[in-house]
Design a protein around this ligand. Structure first.
Ligand SMILES: Nc1ncnc2c1ncn2[C@@H]1O[C@H](COP(=O)(O)OP(=O)(O)O)[C@@H](O)[C@H]1O
Ligand SMILES: [Mg+2]
Length: 281
């Protein structure tokens, strides 16, 4: 996997994340480059989803700012923020599809809400988006009629509806078996490559982190800080910080990561579980 080197697209500057007087993390500084797969990683409750809310405009930070293409996001008037948000595609953790709508109707919804496209054009674009995520021909299916992995991919197709420049994911592989999770990771990389999108992923899934991240920040609840940043595979090799090492080497205990560690095992000195016998992957 080659790390793309684009210009800085997102800059997080001296951010403080808090709920009232309860400070989660102080002094968040990070840069995301165009075309990069950037992970916000850390244990449960460290503030990953909160940072995502700051990034996509759902919650103003307690202090600091975020810049998109060098322009302030949170100091700017809300119309500016809305315009920037139009360039985002977001897949939430529990980003359920509308169960009463077909896949086609789910994906058409953002197009109908935010564009002037006619019905025929929308229909055609819906087919393109579904094909992009490997769901060609599933237009008329309802979410309940397809598997969990397919539902995630359909939600991804919906996130792609408005041709986003930046894709945000909150725990995309939550609830998926390792095979479906890996397919989703591969799809995320494919879309980054084919669409040239920047990808920001919130995740605590070690297998995904080690498999597809170009760059990452590690949020730590205990020290309320960004404890490390960089390529997670390089951090695994070079970081001496016990908190960072602890997070990046706990793969053996993680059922969800089991079986996928093998992919990294040789080249990356990944301390995963022993290779299981007779696995389906
Ligand atoms: N709306 C809220 N009000 C108060 N505290 C919250 C709220 N949302 C989250 N928190 C707290 O903030 C911390 C971080 O939450 P979150 O960003 O969801 O963590 P993560 O996504 O890393 O698991 C948690 O301790 C959580 O309980
Ligand atoms: Mg979360």
């Amino acid at each position: 996997m080659s790390a793309p080197v684009g210009e800085v697209q997102i800059e997080i500057r001296d951010l403080t994340m808090a709920y009232g007087s309860f400070v989660l993390v102080r002094g968040v500084n990070a840069q995301v480059r165009r075309g990069e797969v950037f992970f916000i990683m850390g244990g449960s409750g460290c503030g990953k989803s909160t940072l995502l809310k700051h990034l996509i405009g759902l919650k103003p930070p307690a202090a600091g700012d975020i810049l998109y293409d060098g322009q302030s996001f949170w100091q700017a008037p809300s119309e500016h923020r809305e315009a920037v948000r139009r360039r985002f595609g977001v897949m939430f953790q529990h980003g359920a599809l509308w169960s009463s709508l077909t896949l086609a109707e789910n994906i058409a919804l953002p197009m109908e809400s935010f564009t002037d496209l006619g019905a025929a054009a929308v229909r055609e674009l819906v087919q393109v988006k579904l094909a992009l995520v490997g769901l060609r021909g599933f237009e008329e299916y309802y979410p309940a009629e397809i598997s969990g992995g397919m539902r995630k991919r359909a939600a991804l197709a919906r996130a792609l509806a408005l041709d986003p420049e930046i894709l945000f994911f909150d725990e995309p592989s939550a609830g998926l078996d390792p095979m479906s999770s890996r397919r989703l990771d591969d799809l995320i990389l494919e879309l980054r490559d084919s669409l040239g999108a920047t990808v920001v992923v919130v995740s605590h899934e070690l297998a995904s982190i080690l498999a597809i991240a170009d760059n990452a920040i590690f949020l730590d609840a205990a020290s309320r800080s960004v404890r490390a940043q960089g390529n997670p595979r390089e951090l695994l090799e070079t970081s001496a910080d016990p908190a960072v090492r602890g997070f990046l080497t706990r793969g053996g205990a993680e059922a969800s990561g089991a079986g996928r560690g093998r992919r990294e095992a040789g080249a990356l000195n990944f301390r995963g579980p022993p290779v299981s016998s007779g696995g389906s992957s």
